[in-house]
Design a protein around this ligand. Structure first.
Ligand SMILES: [Zn+2]
Length: 340
């Protein structure tokens, strides 16, 4: 397998200046440093490649050899020695000089390598490819009430930007830049307000365009995503856009019909309990659920789960009434009796 081109490893063009190479190395080394990427084998490999590439390309002598001989740059002296000998022999054989021959074998050798590299790289290029910056994610929590109404989150985003004092080189007049301590970058903190729209759910991603990582080689920045977690509520249970709430209804209201006060996201409402409402029955309040994300005019429903409350104490008079009810029940024809 062909080894990766060192310029590509550092994401710089072949004609990059020393300063550009230094800047690219610093940026990549920070990004893939093992301290920043614990237990990440791929990042570790990349970090080693970046260091190896920098070792060669930051040294003008080595870089010159690499430019000429590619991966065989370490054998440059040997190759050139061989060429001198071949040239000398050729010179002797030909018995005279020719301007063509002066660079003859060496030129052929060089162009073979160049052709190989051109094929590997898919053609010569002037500029490293522009790439869009990576997206960033940050978690946010919201209460159910906030998810219902929509809310605003204030984020303090820290992003690196080139140091103005040294122009991103990390050096001023040959000394380390004190403004950025030689990093070539400083951390800028920006305060941004992000609207979290009504209807968000756990897992919803709120996109903030252009607030991700900066682009590479002048490419556009990535986006920032707020990844929402909606906290559980102590009264309402949420399923999609619908809400569920429990309502305790006294047995006499369940039997005879009545009214119960029900909490909704916009306050308490009086709910009519129909006659002979069974325990566990769900009563639907249309449109009283959560708003549908991105559809301002739509909302889920609120389901009221009825829990019929049986008496926990009976006065002698109440007991008498229940006994009378039982008598009545026993006198009804078998087919009409409750529970049969
Ligand atoms: Zn600086």
């Amino acid at each position: 397998m062909a080894r990766k081109d060192l310029y590509e490893t550092l994401e710089v063009p072949r004609n990059a200046s020393e300063k550009e190479i230094r800047g690219a190395y610093r940026k990549l080394a920070r990004k893939y440093h093992p301290d920043v990427n614990p237990n990440d084998r791929a990042a570790e490999m990349r970090f080693k490649e970046i260091n190896a590439a920098h070792e060669v390309l930051s040294d003008p002598e080595k870089r010159k050899k690499y430019d000429k001989y590619g991966d065989r740059w370490e054998m440059a002296d040997q190759i050139e020695e061989n060429q001198r000998r071949t040239s000398a022999a050729g010179w002797a054989r030909q018995g005279g000089g020719s301007t063509v021959f002066g660079g003859g074998d060496a030129g052929d050798f060089g162009s073979i390598f160049e052709n190989l590299f051109r094929r590997e790289r898919g053609g010569p290029r002037g500029q490293a490819a522009q790439r869009r910056g990576q997206d960033l994610e940050t978690p946010v929590e919201a209460s159910l009430e906030e998810a219902y109404r929509g809310t605003v989150r204030v984020l303090n985003l820290q992003s690196p930007e080139p140091c103005k004092t040294c122009g991103g080189t990390g050096e001023v007049a040959g000394a380390i830049c004190h403004a950025c301590e030689g990093m070539g970058q400083v951390t800028r903190t920006r305060r941004i307000e992000v609207k979290v729209p009504p209807g968000v759910k756990t897992g919803s991603r709120v996109r903030v365009a252009g607030e991700g990582h900066p682009g590479v080689n002048g490419g556009p920045p990535g986006d920032l995503y707020l990844v929402v977690t909606v906290q559980p509520h102590n009264r309402f249970e949420r399923k999609g856009d619908d809400l569920y709430v429990d309502a305790n209804v006294p047995y006499y209201d369940a039997v005879l019909g009545g009214e119960a006060e029900i909490p909704t996201m916009t306050g308490r409402v009086a709910l009519r309990i129909p006659e002979l409402t069974q325990n566990g029955r769900q009563i639907r309040l249309k449109g009283k659920g959560m708003p549908v994300l991105g559809k301002a005019d739509q909302a889920g429903d609120l389901f009221v789960r009825v829990h019929v409350q049986l008496p926990e104490h009976l006065s002698p008079e109440e007991r008498g009434h229940f006994e009378a009810l039982r008598q009545l029940q026993a006198q009804r024809p078998a087919g009409a009796r409750e529970g049969s």
